[in-house]
Ligand binder design. Structure first.
Ligand code: G3P
Ligand code: CA
Length: 240
């Protein structure tokens, strides 16, 4: 079972920063989950919200800043004064540091308001070399399909909230034509659903699992990975 640090080890360090990514790695995560938004100058910034207000000392939409302007913001102090000076990372810098060293689960946010985000991510990953452990996910299945059509070697994941703990067979069969994973909200999972999804040649990730009991239960149900703010709860061993 993969242990995937949600926005890094976001329980311990400001989400989507190198501090959180390093913490996840040290706590034994084998993947880092992160979110990307396109900037005004077409670069890929690692930040969850479409505005900078919640996680930095700035205000306004990410798409109204250049990457250079975003890097001037403090993305750590909101979490704790000890993280003052943490920056919004650029996806390229994350790939430079971690690609093929630790798994990356890159989430496309609001692809409809960011035309071309699939191409931008695909181009960057292609430059660093495709890897089974550099996965792109989105709630927008069309974005994952677009990415697959452009870059079939990039593994895709579709994020979903299954209704009443079920997913239609036809929908899963369709998703399996362009994605390798589905990422499902953990509260909606049961062993039958996990097995049903896997029978469509799709792997299953669960989000966001922050309880030890829940994680162990999912492991017993043969889930392929859990996305968690607390990688240390589940990882076999941390790293120096
Ligand atoms: O990876 C699943 C999870 O990250 C999706 O929700 O809002 O935390 O990006 P969110
Ligand atoms: Ca995310």
């Amino acid at each position: 079972m993969h242990i995937i640090g949600h926005r890094g080890a976001s329980a311990y360090a400001p989400e989507n920063t190198f501090a959180a990514f390093e913490k996840a790695r040290k706590l034994g995560a084998d993947f880092i989950e992160l979110d990307v938004q396109l900037t005004k100058d077409g670069e890929l910034a690692v930040i969850h919200d479409d505005k900078v207000d919640r996680t930095t000392n700035g205000t306004g939409f990410v798409r109204h800043f250049t990457m250079k302007e975003l890097k001037k913001l403090d993305a750590g102090s909101w979490f704790s004064p000890s993280f003052q000076g943490e920056k919004i990372p650029e996806l390229e810098d994350v790939l430079h540091k971690y690609h093929k060293k630790i798994g990356l689960l890159i989430e496309i946010k609001s692809s409809r308001t960011q035309p071309g985000v699939e191409q931008a991510i695909g181009r960057l990953i292609e430059r660093y070399g495709f890897s089974n452990n550099t996965i792109v996910q989105s709630f927008d299945a069309d974005a994952i399909m677009t990415l697959h059509n452009l870059y079939p070697s990039i593994p895709g994941a579709v994020l979903m909230r299954p209704r009443f703990g079920m997913l239609p067979h036809g929908r899963l069969r369709h998703i399996a034509t362009f994605a390798r994973y589905v990422s499902l909200k953990h509260t909606m999972l049961n062993p039958f659903l996990i097995n049903f999804v896997q029978s469509h040649n799709l792997k299953v990730f669960a989000w966001t699992v922050n309880g030890l009991k829940t994680g162990l239960r999912l492991q017993g149900w043969k889930i392929d990975g859990i996305i968690t703010d607390y990688p240390d709860y589940f990882a076999k061993e941390g790293k120096a």
